[in-house]
Design a protein around this ligand. Structure first.
Ligand code: FEO
Length: 399
C-alpha cells in the first residue's frame, strides 16, 4: 500500500473526499465538503465495503488498486443503495468482473432499479448471516430505515468493527486523519448532529431498533460511510444519537427563530432574548429564518427543549421561509418540544393561529399560552407581554 491508509492490519481505508459539492443532496450546504467512506478487507479473501459517489470513481479505483497491490477483488458488500455510496458499483464490476456482490434482497432489487445490468455473481444474505474472509468473519445486521429501507450494518467480531452505513456519519471532508480522536475539531459533533437530524432524523425509532440489535456486541471500531471513524470511546457520539433518536432534547435551552421584513418582529426577538438573559437563562440563540440555512435550524430545534417562533403575517398566511421550515419539522418527526409564539400583523394578525396549527400536530408538543400579538410595531403592552412570556419560558425550562 503506497498511499492509502490502514485502519488496522487487514483493513484499508479506500474512501474519497468531496470538496467540490456545495449542496449535499442538492439542498444541504457543506462548506467543509464530505467524505464517501469505503473500506477494503485484505484477508484470504478480499472484500470491499460499499463504493462512492460517481464523480470520484477514478480516485476510488486507484485507491482500491493500491490497497490490493496486484490481488483480485473477491467480494463487494453493499450496505446502502443511495447513490453517494453505490454509484461506482458498475465501474468496480468492470474492473473486477469476477467479484461477488454480497447484500440483502432489498439491495439487489434497488441495484436492478438503478443500474439494470446483469449481476454475474451474487450472494443474498439475511439477518445474522455470515461471510468468512479467512481471519475475519463478517456478520450482517439488517438496519432498515437507518436512512433507507435496504440499509444493513456489518459486524466483524475478531476486531469488534461495526460498519454502520450512514449512522454516526457527518459532513466534512477528511484530511489524512481517519479517526475522530486524531483531530481537534470542536464543531464536528455539531456537524454530525446536523447530518443526523436532516438525513436520518425522521427515522428515530428505526435507529433505536437497530441499536437494540447491537446490544452485547464488543465494539472497538465504528466505521460510518461519511466522516471520521470512531474507536474505543464512543460515548460522545453514542449519547448524542440515543437522545436524538429518542427525540429527547440534548439541552434544556431556548432558541428564538424569527422572520422579519422591516425589523419590527426582529426587535421583539432581540428584546425577548435580553429578557430571558436577565432572568438567568444561558446559551440563548436567536436566528433569522431568512438568513440561516434550514438544515442548521433543524439541527438546533432537535438540540433544544424550547423554541420560540416570532413571525409577521404574510398574505394572510405564513411567511414563506418559515413555512418551509415548519413543513420540514413535521417531515422529520420533531417531537417533545415546548413552543412559544409571537405574531405580528398590521391589519390582520393571523400567523399565530397558523403557526399553532402546525406545531400542535407535532408529537408531544406543548404551546405556551402566553402568545404575544404585535400590531405593526411593539407597543408598551407588548413589552409587558414579552416579559410575561419570558417568565413562562423560564418557568417551563426550570420545571
Ligand atoms: Fe450517505 Fe443515505 O447516504
Amino acid at each position: 500500500m503506497k498511499f492509502v491508509n490502514e485502519i488496522y492490519e487487514g483493513l484499508a481505508y479506500v474512501g474519497v473526499n468531496d470538496r467540490k459539492t456545495t449542496l449535499f443532496e442538492k439542498y444541504i450546504p457543506i462548506s467543509n465538503g464530505v467524505s464517501y467512506n469505503s473500506y477494503l478487507f485484505l484477508d484470504d479473501k478480499t472484500c470491499l465495503m460499499d463504493t462512492v459517489e460517481f464523480d470520484f470513481t477514478r480516485e476510488f479505483l486507484a485507491n482500491i488498486k493500491d490497497a490490493l497491490a496486484g490481488r483480485n477483488l473477491d467480494y463487494l458488500v453493499v450496505q446502502h443503495m443511495e447513490p453517494d455510496h453505490c454509484a461506482a458499483i458498475e465501474e468496480v464490476l468492470l474492473r473486477y468482473p469476477d467479484l461477488t456482490i454480497v447484500s440483502n434482497l432489498a439491495v439487489f432489487k434497488m441495484l436492478g432499479q438503478f443500474f439494470g445490468f446483469e449481476i454475474k455473481n451474487k450472494l443474498v444474505v439475511k439477518e445474522n448471516d455470515t461471510l468468512d474472509l479467512g481471519k475475519h468473519m463478517l456478520k450482517f445486521i439488517l438496519a432498515p430505515f437507518v436512512h433507507w429501507p435496504e440499509v444493513m450494518f456489518t459486524y466483524e467480531a475478531t476486531t469488534g468493527t461495526l460498519f454502520t452505513a450512514d449512522a454516526f456519519g457527518s459532513f466534512g471532508a477528511l484530511s489524512g486523519n481517519l479517526f475522530y480522536d486524531e483531530v481537534n475539531e470542536p464543531n464536528y459533533l455539531n456537524e454530525a448532529r446536523r447530518y443526523y437530524t436532516n438525513i436520518v432524523g425522521k427515522y428515530g425509532q428505526n435507529v433505536l431498533n437497530a441499536f437494540k440489535k447491537l446490544e452485547g456486541l464488543e465494539l472497538n471500531y465504528l466505521c460510518p460511510l461519511h466522516g471520521y471513524l470512531w474507536r474505543n470511546d464512543f460515548s460522545a457520539i453514542l449519547n448524542m444519537y440515543k437522545k436524538l433518536a429518542s427525540y429527547e432534547a440534548i439541552d434544556k435551552e431556548v432558541v428564538l427563530i424569527y422572520a422579519s421584513m422591516y425589523g419590527n418582529t426582529e426587535e421583539a426577538a432581540n428584546i425577548l432574548a435580553n429578557m430571558l438573559a436577565k432572568k438567568g437563562l444561558k446559551n440563548i440563540k436567536a436566528y433569522d429564518v431568512s438568513l440561516t440555512d434550514k438544515t442548521y435550524l433543524i439541527s438546533e430545534i432537535f438540540r433544544v427543549s424550547h423554541v420560540v417562533f416570532l413571525a409577521p403575517t404574510y398574505n394572510n398566511a405564513m411567511y414563506p421561509n418559515l413555512n418551509s421550515l415548519l413543513v420540514q419539522m413535521e417531515n422529520l418527526n420533531v417531537s417533545n418540544k415546548t413552543f412559544a409564539i409571537v405574531e405580528n400583523g398590521t391589519w390582520c394578525a393571523t400567523c399565530g393561529k397558523i403557526l399553532a396549527s402546525y406545531l400542535e400536530n407535532l408529537r408531544n408538543s406543548i404551546i405556551l399560552e402566553s402568545k404575544v400579538t404585535i400590531k405593526s410595531s411593539l407597543s408598551d403592552s407588548n413589552i409587558d407581554e414579552l416579559d410575561t412570556l419570558a417568565e413562562a419560558l423560564k418557568a417551563s425550562i426550570e420545571e
